[in-house]
Design a protein around this ligand. Structure first.
Ligand code: AOF
Ligand code: ZN
Length: 368
């Protein structure tokens, strides 16, 4: 049976979603979750999940409401959990507090929960519904949902492009095609990402730090460098030197370089592609990032090689293209290195998801 929601339900759930969004930069590998408790039309408690290991959204809201939680409605952006993880089940806490109705935006894709939270509430006589503002809730946790259902992260490829669709001059120079507002926007993309992937070519050419620096964050994204056959001599690059967490995923490690990288605290994975041992197995890399580091959202900031390979392997969920009103000429580099197309019918088509003006550039967001 589909639940029917009242107008006030929408407003309260929208408030819970705004609370959930406060965890945008911090909850990984956990989802962003918000909760409000409402009794007789009045807000009696609210909360959001801050970081893994700390109380879930419902627990914060229940603590604030105290005895007023009895008979209240809980609006939660994700189904209350039913499992003992780092924290005890929220469904039990809601039942114990006497909450009479629970409205969840969506069910929890975590196989440990997956409907059991709502079932447990219903079994205890609590009215339990879901599906209110579900699309908005899913958007907030697109990475968590993807990892739980497909065991790989949501992959966003970020690109800077000229008016004529070029990413760099023919010699690889690309700093800076887009303006400061676009670069500040990328800082927010980095901050929400669990990991940032680049290629060894970009590390050598641009020496990026791939960190969030425009504002204070308590967690920097994991940095991942994809490299075919590992070459010696990249050791002094910023991603290996500044003490942050970095993984090098290569097809073939250079023994001396591997030891030196490991001595500097860098993790080295050797993941050769079965039918092309000079290239990294990208599906394997994504699966390993999900499994070992709980990577929900992966941001790709790389050159046309890595971006092309991901596109070719059909591993890109979203493109974020910052387009600058500048022309670079026909010998400049394109955005993706992919084999020539035999005809237009086989060209991959994308859906426009969002278009925004950011400073004097455009931000084009596309999805499959
Ligand atoms: C909720 N409310 O605020 C969150 C939930 O290790 P734990 O105990 O933190 O459990 C993490 C799992 O709990 C996570 O994978 C997801 O299924 C759920 N997250 N559930 O009821 C919350 N953050
Ligand atoms: Zn919970």
């Amino acid at each position: 049976m589909t639940a029917t929601f009242r107008p006030e339900d929408h407003a309260w759930m929208a408030q819970a979603l705004r609370l959930a969004a406060q965890g945008l930069f911090t909850t990984t590998p956990n989802p962003r979750v918000g909760c409000v408790l409402v009794r007789d039309g009045q807000l009696v408690g609210s909360g959001w999940h801050r970081r893994a290991g700390e109380p879930h959204a419902e627990v914060h809201a229940l603590a604030e409401a105290g005895a007023q939680a009895a008979g209240a409605t809980a609006y939660v952006t994700l189904e209350p959990c039913s499992h003992h993880g780092r924290t005890p089940p929220c469904a039990d806490a809601l039942i114990a507090a006497g909450v009479s109705r629970v409205v969840a935006a969506m069910t929890d894709p975590n196989p440990l929960v997956a409907g059991r939270g709502l079932a447990r509430l219903a079994a205890a006589g609590v009215s339990a519904e879901h599906g209110l503002l579900a699309a908005e809730a899913a958007e907030l946790n697109k990475g968590f949902i993807q990892r739980m259902t497909q065991q790989r992260p949501w992959v966003t490829v970020k690109l800077g492009a000229s008016l004529d669709g070029k990413s760099a001059l023919s010699d690889g120079r690309s700093q800076w095609i887009t303006g400061p507002a676009a670069r500040a926007d990328v800082q927010r993309l980095r901050a929400r990402s669990c990991a940032v992937l680049t290629g060894a070519g970009t590390v050598m050419a641009d020496n990026p730090r791939l960190t969030v620096r425009d504002f204070a964050v308590e967690r920097q994204p994991l940095r991942v460098v994809a490299e075919g056959v590992m070459c010696a001599g990249a050791l002094e690059r910023a991603v290996y030197q500044d003490g942050g967490r970095t993984v090098v995923a290569c097809a073939l490690a250079h023994p001396g370089q591997r030891a030196k990288l490991q001595a500097q605290g860098v993790t080295v994975w050797e993941l050769p592609l079965a039918n092309n041992p000079g290239k990294v197995d990208l599906p394997m890399l994504l699966a390993q990032l999900a499994q070992e580091y709980g990577v929900n959202e992966l941001l790709v900031e790389a050159g046309m090689g890595v971006c092309g390979a991901l596109l070719q392997a059909d591993l890109v969920d979203e493109l974020v293209i910052y387009q600058a009103p500048v022309t670079l000429g026909h010998d400049a580099r394109g955005l993706f290195d992919i084999p020539p197309l035999p005809n237009l019918d086989v060209a991959r088509r994308w859906q426009w998801h969002d278009v925004a003006k950011v400073g004097n550039d455009l931000r084009l967001t596309l999805r499959r």
